[in-house]
Design a protein around this ligand. Structure first.
Ligand code: DQA
Length: 149
């Protein structure tokens, strides 16, 4: 059975492609899902990409990732990154490594984006590479699997 990676996306990321394209690019979330499924096929990884505008859904899906013994979670929590202690607690509560992804580089933007409640409990962070960041994160998940043996 293929390893599972959940790719969880938070608020407003359903609008990718039309939302501030000068910041987030023109690639849609469907484009990203298709790219990752193809990449996952090559890596023997089942990719399940989801998006919600609701904090609790993201938390439930993190718990689900643990229940299903996922290889990793790739998480772009959107603005919840900067506000949600509940999300941080959920990540801390599960043994599944969480790879934090941002299309933009929040460190180079407004100061309220400089705080991430996710980073201190993430396995690693990839930010500033646009949609390619998701591909890099999936590659990182595959490399973590290889290192664990
Ligand atoms: C984002 C960065 C966040 O600051 C912002 O609130 C988002 C998108 C990114 O992918 O660059 O919604 O997570």
């Amino acid at each position: 059975m293929a390893d599972l990676v959940l790719v969880l996306n938070g608020p407003n990321l359903n609008l990718l492609g039309t939302r501030e394209p000068e910041v987030y690019g023109k690639t849609t979330l469907d484009d990203i899902a298709n790219m990752l499924v193809t990449q996952g096929d090559n890596l023997g990884i089942e990719v399940d990409l989801r998006q919600s505008n609701h904090e609790g859904h993201l938390i439930d899906w993190l718990h689900e990732a643990a229940g299903r013994r996922a290889l990793a979670v790739i998480l772009n929590a959107g603005a919840y990154t900067h506000t949600s202690i509940a999300l941080r607690d959920a990540i801390k509560s599960i043994p599944v490594p969480v790879i934090e992804v941002h299309l933009s580089n929040p460190a180079a933007r407004e100061s309220f984006r400089h705080v991430s409640h996710v980073s201190p409990v993430a396995a690693g962070v990839i930010q500033g590479f646009g949609a390619a960041g998701y591909a890099l994160a999936l590659d990182a998940a595959a490399r973590m699997r290889q290192e664990r043996g």
